[in-house]
Design a protein around this ligand. Structure first.
Ligand SMILES: CC(C)(COP(=O)(O)OP(=O)(O)OC[C@H]1O[C@@H](n2cnc3c(N)ncnc32)[C@H](O)[C@@H]1OP(=O)(O)O)[C@@H](O)C(=O)NCCC(=O)NCCS
Length: 183
């Protein structure tokens, strides 16, 4: 069984990016991401309607950090503290040494390899620092950008569940990708 402890909070760095804790100061940027139907198109979660919803989201993700059950980072460019996206390890299964990865990025920063870079940082952190054995990503089959990010990191498609998710009056498909820690 894995022993997870996010205290002190793990700030992570890559060439261009800093991954840090999400705080109340990020509420506007979190609202921008979570309220936009285009950005949230493939994420079956209710849209944030106002800053209170965004603040509730921040409180929720930081509870996961405090409980050591999940962790969300703000993605920022190194030279600027502004949150431009978020990346997380959620639905941790310490007994199986397995966890799920999720991410979202503001469209102004799409197509620059930013999420490729951030996912690379998390793969290293999840396998080599936390000690997980496998990572899972659950995506909408139409989410080609997300699929590309996963394929470039050698995630393998493991399942295509038909209409297994009921959201907003519709039954949605879910595709599962996974990455096993290299031996
Ligand atoms: C998925 C997401 C994080 C990708 O971020 P990003 O920083 O733009 O990703 P990258 O630049 O690292 O790579 C994106 C790749 O997808 C490709 N891509 C983008 N849109 C595409 C499309 N509609 N069809 C096919 N490929 C597409 C890009 O060309 C790029 O490929 P490349 O590396 O070969 O050039 C971003 O699109 C996003 O935040 N989407 C909304 C939230 C979301 O869906 N999150 C994932 C939920 S599982």
């Amino acid at each position: 069984m894995l022993n997870i402890n996010f205290n002190p909070f793990p700030n992570l760095l890559s060439d261009r990016l800093r991954l840090r804790r999400i705080t109340a100061d990020d509420v506007y940027e979190v609202f921008l991401l979570r309220s936009d139907p285009e950005i949230m198109k493939y994420i079956p979660r209710p849209l944030a309607k106002n800053k209170t919803d965004a603040m509730d989201h921040i409180t929720m993700v930081n509870k996961g950090v405090a409980d050591n059950t999940s962790i969300n980072w703000a993605i920022t460019m190194k030279e600027d503290n502004k949150l431009i996206g978020m990346i997380c390890l959620i639905r941790m299964q310490p007994e199986n040494f397995r966890t799920e990865i999720g991410y979202i990025l503001h469209p102004a920063y799409h197509g620059m390899g930013i999420m490729h870079e951030a996912v690379g940082v998390l793969i290293n952190y999840a396998f080599n620092i936390l000690g997980f054995h496998s990572l899972e990503a659950v995506i909408d089959p139409d989410n080609k950008a997300s699929e590309q990010v996963l394929l470039k990191h050698h995630f393998v498609k493991e399942a295509h569940y038909k209409e297994n998710t009921f959201y907003d009056g519709k039954f949605l498909d879910a595709v599962v990708y996974s990455l096993i820690r290299p031996a």
